[in-house]
Design a protein around this ligand. Structure first.
Ligand code: KIV
Length: 265
């Protein structure tokens, strides 16, 4: 049996100054591709809302949907540590609500860790999860579940706001988080937080000085029509897939597909 990466590996990499990457996945097929390519951490992000389920943002995503997607990602991977996002409404009310959600993810989806958004305001939830053996990843900066409060997808932590994000990061570390995502924050702030914490920071739109980087896979592979500024698309899958489908359509219409060798006697 293959051994999966663990949160102990991530802690060791922070000490050794080794950089690493996390990538989203929402299904078993992409999970097996990314796992096979060597991505050590797969995030079943609630970004499934806008990148997989067709919603405008992450807010409508349900716990049922996330558990089902997370189970597929675990099933499709062999070596990656799989982290599942707590969807909006599944942890804010109380420690016991967060604990119930965490237990569902570990028992039903078999994930290895969970992620939730917020700083000081979710510290009690983080403590309860960690107490019962559920590793927690934090998420600060432009937290998409609060997009309505932020008035859009805007950089967070400019000027004096930065001190509050640093305080949130320290509170999450003290509560037992094993890593923290920093989304859409100034590079200088991300660098400072990375320097002051002993747990890894994972940046997205947070500059190059975080310990790790995360991207949404559909952005990375060029499936998103208008990706944000911080994205670098390494392939143009939208054009590739569209060209392949058009070729197949034409072959079906002209009778070139299927051939004799693709048929049965
Ligand atoms: O849901 C998600 O994919 C995320 C990443 C963008 C960090 O939270």
């Amino acid at each position: 049996m293959m051994k999966r990466f663990t949160i102990a590996d991530l802690a060791a990499w922070k000490k050794a100054g080794k950089r690493w990457a996390m990538l989203t996945s929402y299904d078993s097929v992409t999970a097996s591709v990314f796992d096979g390519a060597g991505v050590p951490v797969l995030l079943v992000g609630d970004s499934a809302g806008n990148n997989f389920l067709g919603h405008e943002n992450t807010i409508p995503v349900t716990l049922e949907e996330m558990v089902s997607l997370a189970r597929a990602v675990v099933n499709g991977s062999k070596e990656a540590l799989v982290v599942a996002d707590f969807p909006f409404g599944s942890y804010e009310k109380s420690e016991s609500q967060a604990l119930e959600t965490g237990i569902r993810f570990l028992k039903e989806a078999k994930v290895h860790a969970v992620k939730l958004e917020g700083g000081v305001r979710v510290v009690e939830q983080v403590k309860a999860l960690v107490k019962y053996g559920i590793p927690v990843m934090g998420h600060l900066g432009m937290t998409p579940q609060s997009v309505n409060a932020f008035g859009g997808f805007k950089v967070q932590g400019r000027d004096s706001q930065g001190d509050a994000i640093l305080a949130d990061a320290k509170a999450l570390e003290a509560a037992g988080c094993f890593a923290i995502v920093l989304e859409l924050v100034p590079a200088e702030l991300a660098e400072r937080i990375t320097r002051e914490l002993s747990i890894p920071t994972i940046g997205i739109g947070a500059g190059a000085k975080c310990d790790a980087q995360v991207l949404v896979w559909t952005d990375l592979m060029g499936l998103t029509p208008k990706p944000p500024k911080f994205v670098r698309a390494y392939r143009d899958l939208r054009s590739e897939m569209s060209a392949g489908v058009k070729e197949w359509l034409a072959d079906v219409e002209s009778g070139k597909f299927p051939s004799e060798s693709e048929s049965f006697n």
